[in-house]
Design a protein around this ligand. Sequence first.
Ligand code: ADP
Length: 395
Amino acid sequence: MKVLVINCGSSSLKYQLIDSETEAVLAKGLCERITIDGKLTHTTTGKEKYTIDADMPDHNAAVQYVLDALLNKETGVLSSLKEIDAVGHRIVHGGEKFAKSTVITDDVLKAIEGCNDLAPLHNPANLIGIRACKKLMPDVPMVAVFDTAFHQTMPDKAYMYGLPYEYYVNYKVRRYGFHGTSHCFVSKRLAALIGKKPEECKLIVCHLGNGSSITAVDGGKSVDTTMGLTPLAGLPMGTRTGDVDPAIIEFIASKENKTVKEMNDILNKKSGMLGLSGVSSDFRDLDAGIAEGNDRCRLAVDVFSYAVKKYIGAYAAAMGGLDAIAFTAGVGENNPYVRRLATEGLEFMGITLDENANQVRGEEARISTADSPVAVWVVPTNEELAIARETVALI
Ligand code: ADP
């Protein structure tokens, strides 16, 4: 089967066409600046990448450009749209309504819309993507895969905040967690790599990218995760604060005469690695800064890695044991320095990194010593493939 995977943002749309039998990526690309002007970057595997400035006043136009690119005789990979057997959509927030991926029906669309409140920047864009695809491919089955679904197995003691209970009852304020597709995919792979069934092991998955989260996976189920009601919580990230004392918000707002909305913007876009270093949100730039002796770059990476280490300790305690840790996503897969800082001193917990093995970048590899009781692996994530697999399983 050929599955089109769509990840739609408010002004962007990423896509991959995947052959579900071979799991090969047949084509992929990105539409940017939708509603502004529009740009499409498309690659069909084995052919040259091309970029065009395109007129994308809305997402319908963007989806049309994607389909045209896939059908294009010279650069495309399909001879007819009928060859697309299914579309899998990434949806950021499924609230408490979706503990699993689901085939998209009118009722499902309404239920996703019901979660808009919880992810006002993401869900409406995801819905626009679904509607645009439905309009142009009305007979193709579509599946929604939620970032939050994998974490719906968390016990109430892990997902409830110490707030008045009525905020949970009235507004569903609780921890949801994100990156669920990645945590699920990587934890299954990690279990296989250590020769166990997912039901038999206690794992920690560190998804460290521009957005970062860590999940405790016990017996194949998410039992705790660092992100919360929104993806702002947990680890400090590229531009997001992660956990801070909530009183800081009012404190700074009154000192600098800022509104809640302005504070939210600072917490989401000007904090984390960017705010601490004053240089960049990108770990490659921070590494370069450290090499040049920039102490604030050093500080940013130290704060990040220390937070990762604390969550590893916390989640081992939460699960009452630990079999293996996976590092994944841009930083987790490619940054030996962060992996070392995040695990050094944890030998007392059975975690010993092999410094040579830890130099690996972007490849699946065991990076702990052969006699380390807790296995530590780099496991590349593949959210698009996970979405394609879910889509095929459901249709
Ligand atoms: P997102 O959360 O946007 O999906 P990614 O998982 O792509 O982010 O991670 C982006 C981060 O990963 C950046 O800080 C970047 O420095 C780092 N990164 C990505 N690829 C590499 C690489 N090949 N080498 C070193 N660092 C990388």
